[in-house]
Design a protein around this ligand. Structure first.
Ligand SMILES: *[C@@H]1O[C@H](CO)[C@@H](O)[C@H](O)[C@H]1NC(C)=O
Ligand SMILES: *[C@@H]1O[C@H](CO)[C@@H](O)[C@H](O)[C@H]1NC(C)=O
Ligand SMILES: *[C@@H]1O[C@H](CO)[C@@H](O)[C@H](O)[C@H]1NC(C)=O
Ligand SMILES: *[C@@H]1O[C@H](CO)[C@@H](O)[C@H](O)[C@H]1NC(C)=O
Length: 643
C-alpha cells in the first residue's frame, strides 16, 4: 500500500515535472513586442467608440511561409543554364508543399493561443495551412494581442473595427505575418456602378496602346516588307526577327494572353485582320478562360475598349500560326474590374491566401454585389497556366506598397518554378510612369514630378520585361532598329523597391561602368544595387491593327510584348517536340554569355520622360531596350542545345 502510494506520488511528481518542463520548452516566457502599428486613420473615417467587450471578433493569424527567403535560389536552380537541374520544373503540388507554413510555425502559434485559455475546438487551422482562425470576443482578443479595439465609421455609413497597434510575444512574432482584424483599413466601400470598370486594380489604366488613327487611304501589302518603316505587319516582324517556323508540338502547347474586362476583342476584327494580313486566321478564336466573370463584352466599343485585345490577339495568334491554340485569360467583370492578383489567384489556389491574401484596396473581391456584378465565387486555382503568359498592362511601382509588390513578385517566381515564362510590357512613357507622371520626394506622382517613375511588374526580378523599338524612318527591316521614339517611348530604368538580381549584375554593371547616366542621385535609383529593366524588346511602332472594322496604326510596348511571347512559344514548341522541358523563367538564360549575344543589340535612341532625355540605348544591356530584340533562328538553335 505504502509502496504504491509512494510510487503514485513520484509518478505524479514526474507528471508535474514533465508538464512543467514541456511548458517551459514550448512557451518560454517571452515579452510582448509591437507587431504592427498604423500611423494615421485613412481619409473619410472617424473614431466612434471602444468596441463592446463581449462582441464577437473573428481573429485570423496569417502564418509565415516556409522557404520564401530561398525562392531566388530555388528558381535559379531550375532556370540557370549552368545548373544541373536546368528545366527540372516543379509541379503545382510541389510549389504549394515547399512554401506552406511549417508544422513548427503552426504548432507554435496554436499552442500559444491554447495556453491563453482558448478551448481546442475554437482554434482552427485552415485547410491550406496558411491561417489560424479563432472566433474570440473583443475582450479576449484585446488580452491576447495587448491592444484596444475601436469602431470607426465612414462618411458612406460603413463601420469598421480596428486597433492602432497590437503586440505579440517575441517567440511568436517570427511565425506570424499579421493578424486581422487589426490595424488594417481594408473595409470595402461601395463604388459607383454607373460606369464600366476602369478603376479597381487599374492594370492598364494609362498603359493602354496609343493610336494615330485610321489608315484607310492606303493599301498595305501583306507580304512585301519595303514599307515596314511606316506600317508594321506580321510579315515585317517575321523578317525583323527571323521568325519563319511551323509549329509541330501544338497539342502540347498554348500561348496565354491576358486581358482585363472591359477591354475585349471583337471576332469581326480578327476576321478583318485575317482577310488582309493573316491567311488562315479567318474565323479562328482564342480559347477563352473566363476568370472572375470575365467575358468578351460588346456593350462598349472603340479603341479604348478593343484596341489592346485586338492588337494582342491579332499579332499573337498570327505569329504562332493559326495551327497553335492561343489561350485568352479574360479577367474581371464589367462592374468591378480586376487586378493582376485576381488573375494569379486563378492560376494558383494557394496564392489566394498567401501572406494574407489579396488587398481590398487594390484587388477586386467577388462575389460582386453591385448591380450587374459577377456573383460567382472568386476564382481560386480554377485556371491552368500556359507555358508563356503575355500581359500588356502595368502599374507604376509607386502605385503599390513594397509589401504588395513583393508578395506578387514571389508569385511570379513560383510560376517560374513551374516552367512558365511571364512577360510584361515595360510602359510607354520612357523614364516616366504610366500617364506620364513622375515621382515627387514625398511619394506623390504628378506631371511635374522630377524623379523617374518605374513601372511594375517590370521591376519584379522574376518576370521578363519587354521594351519597344522602331524601324527608323526610311530604313528597312535589314538595318538596325532604334529605341522607339514615335508616339511612345520605351519604359525603362531602375526599381526603387527591388534589389538587382544576380543574373543581370554583370550586364548592368557594364552599363553603369561605361555609360553612367549623368543625372543626380535625387532623380533615379543610382545605387547600382537595384533591378534594371526592361530585359528585352521588340518593335512597338506603326502596327496595323483591325479595330472596330477599320485599320488603325498602333504604338506601344503593348505591341512588343505579345510578339516576344509568340517567339518564346515557338521556342517551347521546338523543345517540346524534342522531348525537352519548356524554357520557363528565361532571364538567367538570356543574360548568360552564351545567349546575350543572340539578341539584336539596339544602340540608338533614348527614352525621354520627367523633363529629361531619359537613358540612352547603348552597346550591351541598357535601361531602354534591355539586351535587344530576339534573333529567332539563333535563339531556338541555342535553346535546343540545352538539356
Ligand atoms: C485590305 O484589303 C482590301 C481589299 O483588298 C483593300 O481594299 C484595303 O486597302 C486593305 N487595307 C489595308 C490597310 O491594306
Ligand atoms: C508632395 O509634393 C508635391 C511636389 O513638391 C506637392 O505639389 C504636393 O502638394 C505634395 N503633396 C503632399 C500630400 O504633401
Ligand atoms: C525619308 O525620305 C523622304 C523621301 O525621300 C524624305 O522626304 C524624308 O525627309 C526622309 N526622312 C528621314 C527621317 O530621313
Ligand atoms: C534603390 O534601390 C534599392 C534596391 O532596390 C533600395 O533598397 C533603395 O531603397 C532604393 N533607393 C531609393 C532612393 O529609392
Amino acid at each position: 500500500m505504502q509502496g504504491i502510494l509512494a510510487n503514485m506520488q513520484s509518478l505524479l511528481y514526474l507528471v508535474v515535472l514533465s508538464l512543467g518542463l514541456l511548458a517551459a520548452a514550448e512557451s518560454p516566457i517571452s515579452p510582448y513586442s509591437l507587431h504592427e502599428k498604423r500611423t494615421h486613420i485613412p481619409a473619410g473615417w472617424s473614431l466612434q467608440r471602444r468596441h463592446e467587450p463581449t462582441s464577437a471578433l473573428p481573429l485570423r493569424f496569417a502564418l509565415t511561409q516556409s522557404n520564401i527567403d530561398n525562392i531566388e535560389k530555388l528558381l535559379m536552380d531550375v532556370s540557370h543554364p549552368e545548373s544541373s537541374n536546368y528545366g527540372n520544373h516543379w509541379t503545382a503540388g510541389q510549389v504549394i508543399q515547399a512554401f506552406a507554413p511549417s508544422e513548427e510555425t503552426i504548432s507554435a502559434v496554436r499552442n500559444w493561443i491554447l495556453e491563453n485559455g482558448f478551448e481546442e475546438e475554437r482554434v482552427k487551422v485552415t485547410s491550406n495551412k496558411g491561417w489560424i482562425e479563432v472566433d474570440a470576443t473583443t475582450e479576449e482578443a484585446e488580452r491576447l494581442l495587448q491592444t484596444e479595439y475601436k469602431v470607426y465609421s465612414h462618411a458612406s455609413g460603413k463601420n469598421h473595427v480596428a486597433c492602432d497597434a497590437y503586440h505579440l510575444p517575441s517567440h511568436i512574432q517570427p511565425h506570424v505575418d499579421f493578424v486581422t482584424p487589426s490595424v488594417h483599413f481594408d473595409a470595402r466601400l461601395s463604388r459607383r456602378s454607373d460606369e464600366p470598370a476602369r478603376s479597381v486594380g487599374k492594370p492598364g489604366y494609362g498603359s493602354a496602346p496609343k493610336t494615330t488613327g485610321q489608315v484607310d487611304a492606303v493599301e498595305i501589302s501583306s507580304t512585301d516588307v519595303s514599307t515596314c518603316d511606316e506600317y508594321i505587319t506580321p510579315a515585317c516582324l517575321r523578317a525583323l526577327y527571323g521568325l519563319d517556323y511551323t509549329p509541330v508540338a501544338t497539342a502540347k502547347n498554348s500561348f496565354g494572353i491576358v486581358e482585363y474586362t472591359p477591354e475585349a476583342y471583337l471576332q469581326t476584327d480578327i476576321n478583318l485582320f485575317a482577310m488582309n494580313f493573316s491567311e488562315g486566321l479567318y474565323g479562328v478564336s482564342p480559347y477563352m478562360v473566363s476568370i472572375d466573370g470575365g467575358y468578351a463584352q460588346t456593350e462598349y466599343q472603340g479603341f479604348d475598349y478593343n484596341g489592346e485585345s485586338d492588337l494582342d490577339l491579332q499579332y499573337g495568334m498570327t505569329l504562332v500560326t493559326p495551327a497553335q491554340q492561343v489561350t485568352l485569360y479574360q479577367v474581371g467583370d464589367m462592374v468591378e474590374g480586376a487586378s493582376f492578383n485576381n488573375f494569379l489567384d486563378a492560376l494558383d489556389g494557394s496564392y489566394c491566401t498567401f501572406e494574407g491574401g489579396d488587398d481590398y484596396t487594390q484587388d477586386a473581391m467577388y462575389p460582386d454585389t453591385e448591380p450587374g456584378g459577377y456573383m460567382g465565387p472568386e476564382a481560386c486555382g480554377t485556371a491552368t497556366p500556359t507555358y508563356v503568359i503575355s500581359t500588356s498592362y502595368s502599374y507604376n511601382e509607386a502605385d503599390l506598397t513594397p509589401f504588395y509588390t513583393a508578395r506578387q513578385c514571389a508569385e511570379y517566381a513560383k510560376l517560374g518554378l513551374m516552367g512558365v515564362t511571364i512577360l510584361y510590357s515595360s510602359g510607354d512613357y520612357g523614364v516616366a510612369g504610366n500617364d506620364d507622371v513622375c515621382l515627387n520626394p514625398n511619394g506623390t506622382q504628378t506631371a511635374d514630378g522630377t524623379m523617374f517613375n518605374p513601372t511594375f511588374p517590370g521591376t519584379c526580378p522574376y518576370i521578363t520585361s519587354v521594351g519597344a523599338t522602331q524601324v527608323n524612318p526610311n530604313s528597312t527591316v535589314y538595318e538596325p532598329e532604334s529605341a522607339c521614339e514615335q508616339v511612345i517611348y520605351s519604359g525603362g530604368g531602375f526599381s526603387n523597391y527591388f534589389a538587382m538580381p544576380s543574373y543581370q549584375k554583370e550586364a548592368v554593371d557594364y552599363y553603369l561602368a561605361n555609360y553612367y547616366p549623368d543625372y543626380p542621385a535625387t532623380m533615379w535609383n543610382s545605387t547600382g544595387m537595384s533591378r534594371g529593366f526592361p530585359d528585352i524588346s521588340a518593335n512597338g511602332a506603326n502596327y496595323v491593327v483591325a479595330v472596330n472594322g477599320a485599320f488603325e496604326l498602333v504604338y506601344g510596348t503593348s505591341c512588343s510584348t505579345p510578339v516576344n511571347g509568340a517567339i518564346f512559344t515557338m521556342i517551347n514548341d521546338a523543345r517540346l517536340a524534342a522531348g525537352k522541358s519548356t524554357i520557363g523563367f528565361i532571364n538567367p538564360t538570356i543574360y548568360s554569355t552564351d545567349f546575350s549575344g543572340l539578341f539584336n543589340d539596339i544602340t540608338m535612341g533614348d527614352n525621354p520622360g520627367c523633363g529629361t532625355n531619359g537613358f540612352n540605348a547603348t552597346p550591351g544591356w541598357d535601361p531602354v531596350t534591355g539586351l535587344g530584340t530576339p534573333n529567332f533562328p539563333k535563339l531556338v538553335a541555342k535553346w535546343l542545345s540545352l538539356p
